[in-house]
Design a protein around this ligand. Structure first.
Ligand SMILES: [Zn+2]
Length: 275
């Protein structure tokens, strides 16, 4: 049995004990694929705990370094602080917001992949998406007057609520903006993806915190149609509130699409989960 010098190490031991209680590898293998997917949140949870300890440990050692006398160190590190720290870490509530984002994003990523395969946006409509559509959608489309733009915005808002396929949105774009079919399809795809990606960012921003920094990664669909721009941006990781940057063109984007007909998307995870 190991001995521990401080509450920090004791708390880490609790994590070890928790790990030992987890099923053995052979049991896991028997449980099959379902177990594998169940493991994912726990891996993220471990990463979050590691980061939380790292931050807390730094804070506590800084307090020791700055406070030289026994009395002042005791004051800076009352037993209650350690107890509170452990209580807070093992009370999962503190991590709930971050976990929610990670889990929701994993789910949506799967949904986005399915949407591509089925050629239908299986997107969960939400308030952020609606706000984005009303404020920003169709802004990059050239040669549209304000009235047409507003009609397109209302249409996209309505169709995302109805969970309509891109083909339906394309037909609406064609009718409202009086554009050719290929252009209508480009517009429909780009705007739907834009609304979806922006909603992800807004949600992540709301859950971002100093202790658990959330990052986003640019993920391009790589095939023979991928643009050079998206090939360069692919894999780039930045904080959720910062822009992806392309040094060649000098352009920057909070989220894809980076250009018309862009099929890129994003992944949001805590910083530690990327390393
Ligand atoms: Zn692209």
């Amino acid at each position: 049995m190991k001995t521990f010098r401080c509450g920090q190490c004791k708390a880490l031991n609790l994590v070890e004990k928790k790990k030992q209680q987890d099923p053995k590898p052979e049991d896991k293998a028997r449980a099959g694929k379902k177990q594998k997917t169940m493991d994912r949140p726990f891996n993220v949870m471990r990463a979050l705990l590691r980061e939380y300890f790292k931050v807390s440990f730094k804070r506590l050692t800084n307090a020791i370094d700055e406070q030289k006398t026994e009395k002042s160190i005791k004051k800076a590190l009352p037993v209650g602080v350690i107890k509170d720290l452990i209580d807070r870490i093992f009370n999962i509530n503190i991590l709930q917001d971050e976990m929610k984002v990670v889990i929701a994003h994993s789910y949506r990523q799967g949904v986005a992949d399915a949407a591509r395969d089925m050629d239908k946006p299986v997107i969960g409509y939400n308030t952020q998406m609606s706000e984005y559509i009303k404020e920003k959608s169709f802004d990059l489309v050239k040669n549209l007057n304000d009235e047409t733009k507003n009609r397109l915005k209302s249409m996209l808002d309505r169709e995302t609520i109805n969970d309509s396929p891109v083909t339906k949105i394309k037909e609406e774009v064609r009718a409202i903006a009086n554009v050719a079919e290929t252009r209508a399809e480009r517009i429909a795809r780009t705007e739907t993806m834009a609304a979806y990606n922006r909603a992800q960012i807004d949600q992540a921003k709301a859950a971002d915190s100093k202790e658990l920094k959330l990052m986003k990664q640019y993920v391009a669909t790589i095939d023979d149609r991928t643009t050079d721009l998206c090939k360069r941006l692919n894999g780039q990781i930045v904080p959720v509130d910062k822009k992806f940057k392309d040094t060649v063109s000098g352009g920057s984007w909070l989220a894809p699409p980076a250009h018309v007909n862009c099929r890129s998307t994003i992944i949001v995870k805590p910083e530690v989960a990327f390393s």
